[in-house]
Design a protein around this ligand. Structure first.
Ligand code: IMP
Length: 454
């Protein structure tokens, strides 16, 4: 079957397109693997079509690289819309915010002469404080050989506080919360003693001072972002929800416990930004042409030794947030099916295909062999996953095709035949069209097939 034969109405998740190829009222970009799929670039590419760019979950554990006119930005908390004049960049209630780190990140933007006027922060977002970071490190030490490999940004402990109803929210900056500060400080100091990860250097006074500073710095950006977003939708504005991490790191559907502490699936957008499910339009799944993962936990298609190292170097697979080398392996369509099903992915943004240029043979995993049976769906039990061997379909590779910018200009049909066969197999397997083909980090290194499909 040719990709062209898939139309908006005969897909797994059919959708209706408007004039500019977007299903109103909003679009979402979700990482379909373990994060680091290239969502930053795709968000930036699609943000031209949106009025408001929204983050709904996670915190500065995320790292999005965006290249604009040869300037490289590494964003962790700020939605990438902040780089586009005239757009709003919204941090939703589901995000956990380290305001101390955010101040640094804001400087990166203002240093280039850009304005932060478009920033909006939910009054319901939770705060990440210094003791959360220390606890993150302490919990990892306490786990001994069973670490999760967190980013140590305090994300898990901040979400723990949220669920335990001890967290500080942005709106607390405007209230007298001295009793709550005293309680939390006592509690965290006791926990840190247990984890033996040093002292929490802060005092009640130093936290109150920080809250005052943050109120002064961030006050003008704070509002009820659910009201803002829903009114914008009522006014016919287009929203773009920028996912952080990836489906396999989702607290409910990922490789638990080797996950992050938020819902990275499309459902997390509703709870994390205060919009209803029927207001999410088309969901894009960002899928890297091979698999990577940072941190611990299972990865069935992982390539070990020199093969893995080669792919890591070729793809420049080092974490934006931690600098750690990412584990690399072949594309896993069992993982991709999990993501398509959970998020209603209607369109794929296939990224980093150029990294596979020059390979003689390329494998794609189409099932897991577990205890003599072939599984097509990602199992819940990690002991089952650890017994899985990948069932591969082998593809012939393709040669280098020269500068990606020129290849993108030549268009899809001029891509190497074997590369197109690889792409079309993925589309057919997942029943989802690859509408954006990314063959380099720049915007100009993208083949946009959406126009063909309207
Ligand atoms: P945490 O989110 O820092 O608690 O880390 C939990 C797991 O999620 C670890 O394996 C991290 O490496 C992973 N993780 C968190 N954020 C990202 C991301 O943005 N990209 C890739 N992996 C991430």
């Amino acid at each position: 079957m040719h990709a062209e034969r898939l139309t908006p109405t005969n897909l797994k998740y059919p959708y209706v397109l408007n004039r500019i190829g977007v299903q109103l009222p909003s679009i979402a970009i979700i990482g379909a693997q373990w994060g680091d799929e290239g969502k930053g670039k795709i968000t930036d590419y699609l943000s031209e079509e949106a009025d408001i760019i929204v983050r709904s979950q996670g915190g500065n554990n995320a790292g999005h690289t965006i290249i604009i006119d040869n300037e490289t930005f590494k964003l962790h908390l700020l939605p990438s819309g902040i780089l586009r004049e005239g757009k709003l960049a919204v941090i939703g209630n589901g995000v956990v915010m380290s305001m101390a780190d955010m101040i640094e990140e804001m400087k990166q933007i203002t240093d280039t002469g850009r304005s932060l006027d478009g920033l909006r922060i939910s009054d319901r977002a939770h705060l990440v404080l210094g003791y959360h970071k220390r606890l993150d490190g302490g919990e990892e030490i306490y786990r001994g050989s069973k670490t999760i490999g967190t980013t140590k940004k305090g994300i898990g402990p901040a979400y723990q506080d949220k669920a335990a109803r001890n967290g500080f929210r942005v709106c607390d900056l405007f209230d007298d919360v001295s009793e709550k500060i005293a309680f939390n400080l006592r509690f965290k100091k006791d926990l840190l003693k247990l984890f033996q990860n040093g002292e929490c250097g802060c005092t009640e006074e130093s936290i109150a001072e920080k809250f005052k500073l943050w109120k002064d710095v961030f006050g003008k950006y704070v509002c009820d972002t659910s009201v803002l977003l829903n009114e914008a939708l009522d006014d016919g504005k287009t929203l773009l929800f920028e996912g952080a991490q990836g489906v396999m790191l989702d607290i409910d559907h990922g490789t638990y416990p080797y996950v992050t502490s938020s819902n990275t699936t499309a459902g997390g957008i509703c709870t994390g930004s205060g919009i209803a499910p029927n207001r999410i339009g088309k969901v894009y799944g960002c899928l890297k042409a091979y698999t990577t993962r940072v941190g611990d936990g299972p990865m069935v298609t992982e390539l070990h030794g020199t093969e893995g190292k080669y792919l890591m170097e070729k793809g420049g697979e080092y974490g934006v947030t931690t600098g750690r080398g990412r584990r690399c392996g072949w594309l896993d369509l069992v993982v991709a099916e999990h993501s398509v099903r959970l998020c209603g992915i209607a369109s794929l943004a296939l990224t980093k295909l150029d990294v596979l240029n020059g390979y003689r043979k390329i494998n794609v995993c189409v099932g897991y062999e577990i205890d003599g049976r072939t599984e097509k769906h990602f199992p819940a039990s990690l002991s089952k996953v650890s017994r899985a061997s990948p069932v591969y379909k082998e593809f012939d590779g393709w040669d280098e095709f020269g500068p990606s910018e020129e290849a993108a200009k030549r268009g899809y049909d001029a891509l190497p035949k074997n590369m197109r066969a690889y792409i079309e197999f993925i589309e057919k397997y997942l029943k989802v069209p690859a509408e954006l083909i990314s063959i380099g980090p720049k915007r100009s290194e993208t083949i946009d097939k959406r126009a063909e499909r309207m």
